[in-house]
Structure formats: C-alpha cells, structure tokens
Design a protein around this ligand. Structure first.
Ligand SMILES: Nc1ncnc2c1ncn2[C@@H]1O[C@H](COP(=O)(O)OP(=O)(O)O)[C@@H](O)[C@H]1O
Ligand SMILES: [Mg+2]
Length: 338
C-alpha cells in the first residue's frame, strides 16, 4: 500500500508578467514562484502547507490539482502523475481553491450540489443520496440552509458548501487552499473540526494551505513551511517548536495605526537591529510585535525597543516573554531568509 498520498519533488514554476513602462512600452519580468518544492503527504493525515502571502502556496496547490503545469519537477497523487495522468488525479481529489468561486447565485445550496454532482457523473438516486449526505456532513442541513439561495448564504455557509462540493464524489484526498480565510471564528472552527473528522473517521487525506499558525497548530499532523518558493522546514508541530527551543519570544503590544504597519515593521527592525520579527494588527489601532531572541538577550532587546518606541512617539502597552509558539518558529524561519 502507498504510504504517501501526495509526493512533490523539485517543483519549479516561473510566471511571466509584463510591467507597464509608460504608455506603449511593457517590460517582461519573470516571477520565480517555486524554486524546487519537495514534500510528502502521508495517507490519512491533515497536512498543512504554511507560508506568508506570496510564498507559493496557491501555485503549489494548482500544480498538484492539475490546474497548472510545472516547469520542472514532478508530483504524484495516489501514485498518479499530475501531468501525464491528470484525469486519474482529478478522480481522487476534491478541491476548493476559493470558497466563493463557481457557484450559481440564483440556485439553492442543494441545487448547486446536484448540478456539480451531475458534472461528476452522478445521477438518479445515487446523486440524491450523495447530495443529502454531504449537506448533512458539512452541517448545512442543521443550519436549515439546504434550500436557501446561494446569494443569501453567509460566508461560513459558502465555505461549508464549497467543502460539500469537494466531497461529492467521495474522493480519498481533499486539497483546500486557505479554507478558513475570512471566516468568522465559529465557522472557521466548524470547518477545522470537519477536516479533522474527515481524516480521523473517514480516512481521508487532507492538505490545506494556511498562513494561520494557530490553525495549523490545532489540526495539522505535519506541516511544511514554504517561503519565497522554497520549503524551509518540515515536521510535526512539536518537532518544529523544538527547533526554536533555545529561543524566547518577546511580545509587545504597541500603538500603531494599521495603515503604517508595513513601514513600521522595517523601521522597528532597523531601530533594534533585529530582522526576525513579526508585526500583527490588533483591534483599536494596536499591534502585536513578536521578536524571537536567544535566552539572555531579552532584557537588552526589551530595553532597546522601549527606548526606540518612546523616542518615536509609539506607545507601549504590554511586554511579555514566553516559550516559542509555532508562530515564533515561523517568524524565525521566514523572516531571516530574505
Ligand atoms: N498568474 C500569475 N502571474 C504572475 N505572477 C504570479 C501569478 N500567480 C502568482 N504569482 C506570483 O507568484 C508568487 C507566488 O504566488 P502564490 O502561489 O499565489 O503565493 P501564495 O498562495 O503563497 O500567496 C507571488 O510572488 C505571486 O505574486
Ligand atoms: Mg494563495
């Protein structure tokens, strides 16, 4: 029996784009989206492909789901080659690339599923049975939403319907690009619980992409961190955390309007002479700054930071030092490499 449900080896993908230069001129630019991406997904697990925006997650997913051809490298799904056996691959995967794309706004959830079930070759009683099963499975029945028009669906319902559609032909593998992005916390939690249930109880293999470390920590058995077109780490959550075991995380809550966060990150990084930091917007114009440091360095960093903030008119509300979380490992691995 195959141990790996998905294997990617040395995937390379370049995009060609055209930058405008004046009115008539355009200049060709090559975007190196993937620079040799390799990883394996074990059968029956929830696997997370983690990375910041622009890292190459969607490109990887598109190649694995046969929507995009790699320039170099090879990928297989259940042993089928994504290029030469694309048809076979499509039979064994359920995919959602974007929660909202491709549904009919004037049809109900149930009608939408029937339509897509027919496209998958289901018909008659089997089609009806399967549609009811997936509606039940994703909780749309419980919400009384099966007969609601799609245009009346909340984003949470849309996410459930997208998952239901991916499950229609009962594929052994689910591949979901950012399945909880933009969802309210309750819906996101439901989707996450569902994915874990599908892996544990229905023996499905689930690959998700996310930039949400908290999410990965909650549901993923193994994760690969991708940054700038390369896999920079692979392991269980525990293994990755141990990589930062000789580190401490300094966390500061500061006053920072969201509009200036991008600038601010670069400025803070310069001010305190540290590259590995993360700045995340919070409510009410505040932001959380996280810095990963070696034990013993924290006092100097805190002192430097507070001084730098005050001399720049940035208020500091809170300072905390703690053991590294997956997010800290992520910062360590993705920020330092550029
Ligand atoms: N169709 C495209 N044309 C040109 N560049 C693209 C295209 N799609 C993605 N890219 C670029 O490729 C890189 C990887 O993108 P993507 O795979 O979408 O990353 P992610 O999903 O991790 O945010 C980014 O630099 C992005 O701007
Ligand atoms: Mg993406």
């Amino acid at each position: 029996m195959l141990v790996n449900a998905i294997e990617a080896k040395g995937l390379v993908k370049n995009y060609v784009t055209w930058d405008r230069r004046g009115f008539f001129k355009r200049k060709k630019r090559i975007v190196k989206a993937l620079k040799g991406v390799s990883f394996n997904v074990i059968r029956g697990e929830v696997f997370g492909l983690l990375g910041p925006n622009g890292a190459g997650k969607t490109t990887t997913v598109k190649i694995i789901t046969t929507l995009l051809l790699p320039d170099e490298g090879k990928a297989t799904v259940m042993g089928y080659d994504v290029v030469s056996e694309a048809e076979k691959v499509r039979e064994v995967i359920g995919v959602t690339l974007s929660v909202e794309k491709g549904f009919f706004w004037k049809l109900t959830g149930r009608e939408n599923l029937k339509y897509f079930g027919m496209l998958r070759g289901l018909k008659g009683r089997e089609l009806d049975r399967r549609v009811e099963e997936v509606l039940e499975l994703v909780g749309l029945k419980e919400l009384g939403a099966s007969d609601k028009l799609y245009e009346e669906y909340s984003l949470g319902m849309k996410a459930r319907l997208a998952l239901a559609r991916a499950l229609l032909h009962d594929p052994p593998i689910l591949i979901l690009d950012e399945p909880t992005i933009g969802l309210d916390p309750m819906s996101a939690r439901t989707i996450r619980e569902l994915l874990v249930k599908l892996a544990r109880e229905e023996d499905k293999t689930v690959l998700i992409t996310t930039h949400n470390m908290f999410e990965a920590e909650l549901i993923c058995d193994h994760v690969a961190i991708i940054n700038d077109g390369r896999i920079v780490a692979y392991g269980t959550i525990g293994e990755l955390k141990r990589r930062a075991a000789d580190r401490l995380a300094v966390e500061m809550i500061i006053a920072a309007p969201h509009t200036i966060l991008g600038d601010l990150e670069a400025r803070i990084s310069k001010l305190i002479g540290i590259r590995e930091l993360g700045l995340e917007p919070l409510e009410e114009g505040r932001a959380r700054l996280r810095i990963v440091v070696k034990p013993g360095e924290e006092e100097v960093i805190i002192a430097k930071s507070i001084e730098a903030f005050y001399s720049n008119g940035i208020k500091v509300y809170q300072v905390r030092v703690h053991e590294p979380t997956l997010e800290d490992v992520f910062i360590l691995l993705t920020k330092g490499s550029k």
